[in-house]
Design a protein around this ligand. Structure first.
Ligand SMILES: Cc1cc2nc3c(=O)[nH]c(=O)nc-3n(C[C@H](O)[C@H](O)[C@H](O)COP(=O)(O)OP(=O)(O)OC[C@H]3O[C@@H](n4cnc5c(N)ncnc54)[C@H](O)[C@@H]3O)c2cc1C
Length: 538
């Protein structure tokens, strides 16, 4: 028999990713009775860090883009919640260090000055393209300003009218991808590689990555990129604490296995002990579960899980499900964590995200994934080292370094074969050793995450990572809407609008909170953050 909790909540949030925590923190701050349910043993989802033998590894969101921008919505939010002092940002001057076959360069960060430095650097590398480079960045800047203006606007006629009137560059270019866009400005193929390199962060080739997504990564990144003392976990913990301090609850190690729906309306969830909690041995498998009732339900988990697994099939509109099945997720990735007894910072490595590409043809990295991954003969695929945490003294014991290497994109299948995994790990270490001589002799801790492991911690599905792929058809107003066909059920996070990335999902969480509070008759629920009628005050 399923028991029913006596307490009724105003809002139940499924998933303590940053899209769920920001929503929960704002609703609780506004006086709502909030419950956040998380299957992992710690909050944060892809904004988490994992402590292992004195090292602290951040497998996903290690660089917070746009959060430290002067007067950003993130800073306003943390100030309003009273948690700004708990999140100690560490600015990174060189956010990316990109290594190409015959030159390397930095993508700087830190405001107007950083953008100029970056532009000057690439003009020095490609002086014959000076005019095109300036024109490219001028257009991107205009695009960025207009996208920023439209951040909190929705798709109501009034909002669309404002966008049409005020954002001509955005409207004209938002359907484009970065590859062909760059072709209009410059000719040198190596420069095109430099200007489109950020598409690898979206796990897409330049011909498919949305211009809008790249503008947010590149232009916003040049303005503000930072890492956090204690890893991104510090952000998630501060938001979870805020929920609790405002009277809300955050349940960890608890899996929602059902959203309760009747007459087209969500009214609660069923919660069981999660496999992660059970595997720790602190709780046992509970088949009966507990039903918890709530007036509003927010799903911060994978949209496919929400509509295919958590709600009975006969309760979701067929046409909606067919549409959902046509959407394309961002592909999966692998991560290798190495604790090294060598001080990479002292050895001269820049605290940055290091991207290594053995070819100028970025799209090549997306072909023949399987063969490339374990093929020793061919050129090395694109690989990334996350060394931004080198600027955080808490990431490793004195004289040691937390080294994290990504394998992106990774094939989604075949991860149940331990031999294949071992071969890939050995190859990743060999590839890393070409950059850090002697690395294999200095490994004091090692852990590998395949897409199966990532799925265990995120429940995104082993073929997915950061929500829907950021193609022009799946970003901004075209992404899956936050409103759902089920009454009182809204979405937050990177499976819904506006996009992926910590700042974007925090915005989605605030938008979900706004919808809920407005439905309760509260006018302008984001006014304390300087957001009224969908516009953010400057
Ligand atoms: C490799 C990689 C690198 C990245 N780097 C950056 C970066 O440098 N900067 C940046 O800003 N962004 C980065 N991102 C993107 C960013 O991390 C994500 O877009 C963002 O953190 C997603 O937040 P979310 O709220 O949508 O959901 P998630 O983080 O996916 O959280 C969802 C939560 O729901 C829980 N859950 C799932 N199902 C259930 C259930 N049934 N019951 C209970 N709980 C459940 C999960 O355990 C998870 O904690 C990166 C992502 C990846 C994959």
């Amino acid at each position: 028999m399923v028991s029913t909790r006596q307490d009724n909540y105003d809002t139940i949030i499924i998933g303590a990713g940053m899209g769920g925590l920001s929503c929960g923190a704002w609703l609780a701050h506004k006086g709502m009775k909030v419950l956040v349910v998380e299957q992992n043993l710690q909050p944060g989802g892809f904004c988490s860090s994992y402590k292992r033998n004195g090292f602290n590894f951040t497998p996903a969101a290690s660089v917070l883009t746009g959060c430290t921008k002067k007067d950003s919505v993130f800073l306003r939010l943390t100030q309003q919640l009273g948690i700004e002092k708990e999140i100690e940002f560490i600015p990174i001057e060189h956010c990316y260090h990109v290594h190409l076959p015959d030159f390397d360069y930095y993508i700087h960060s830190g405001g107007e000055e950083a953008r100029q430095k970056f532009i000057e650097q690439i003009i020095t590398l490609f002086p014959h393209e000076t005019k095109g480079i300036h024109a490219f960045f001028d257009k991107l800047e205009k695009f960025y300003q207009q996208a920023d203006y439209a951040t909190f606007l929705g798709t109501k006629p009034m909002d669309l009218a404002r966008v049409l009137l005020k954002c001509p560059t955005l409207v004209k270019n938002m359907g484009k991808t970065i590859g062909p866009f760059v072709d209009d400005y410059v000719k040198d193929p190596k420069l095109k590689t430099v200007l489109t390199m950020n598409s690898t962060c979206a796990f897409l080739p330049p011909s498919r990555a949305s211009l809008m997504g790249i503008v947010m990564l590149l232009i916003e990144g040049l303005i503000s990129n930072a890492t956090v003392k204690g890893g991104s976990q510090a952000i998630a913990e501060a938001f979870a604490r805020s929920v609790r301090d405002s009277g809300g609850e955050v349940l960890l190690g608890c899996l929602v296995d059902k959203i309760l729906v009747e007459d087209g309306k969500a009214y609660g969830v069923r919660v069981v002990n999660s496999p992660l909690a059970i595997s720790k041995g602190t709780v046992s498998a509970s088949e009966k579960g507990e039903e918890i009732l709530g007036t509003h339900i927010v799903s911060n988990v994978a949209a496919r899980q929400t509509f295919h697994n958590l709600i009975d099939a006969d309760k979701v509109d067929r046409k909606f499900l067919t549409g959902l099945d046509k959407l394309e997720p961002t592909g999966p990735f692998c991560a290798l964590f190495l604790g090294l007894d060598m001080d990479l910072k002292k050895m001269g490595f820049t605290p940055a995200l290091h991207v290594h590409s053995s070819t100028y043809d970025i799209k090549e990295h997306f072909n023949n994934l399987e063969a490339k991954m374990v093929g020793e003969q061919g050129p090395d695929p694109c690989f990334r080292f996350h060394l931004a945490p080198l600027s955080d003294p808490t990431s490793a014991p004195e004289g040691k370094s937390a080294f994290m290497m990504h394998y992106i994109p990774a094939p989604s299948r075949g991860w149940d074969d331990p031999e294949r995994e071992k071969k890939l790990v050995d190859l990743m270490i060999k590839r890393a050793e070409k950059v850090i001589p002697g690395l294999s002799q200095h490994i004091v801790y090692q852990e590998f995450w395949s897409p199966l492991t990532v799925d265990k911690y995120s429940l995104s599905g082993q073929d997915a990572s950061m929500g829907w792929a950021i193609t022009p058809e799946q970003i901004g107003p075209k992404r899956l809407a936050q409103e759902t066909p089920i009454k009182n059920l809204v979405l937050s996070g990177h499976w819904t609008r506006p996009a992926l990335g910590v700042l974007s999902v925090v915005i989605s969480g605030l938008q979900a909170a706004r919808m809920i509070l407005e439905s309760e008759g509260i006018e302008e629920p984001l006014a304390d953050l300087g957001i009224k009628r969908g516009l953010m005050s400057k």
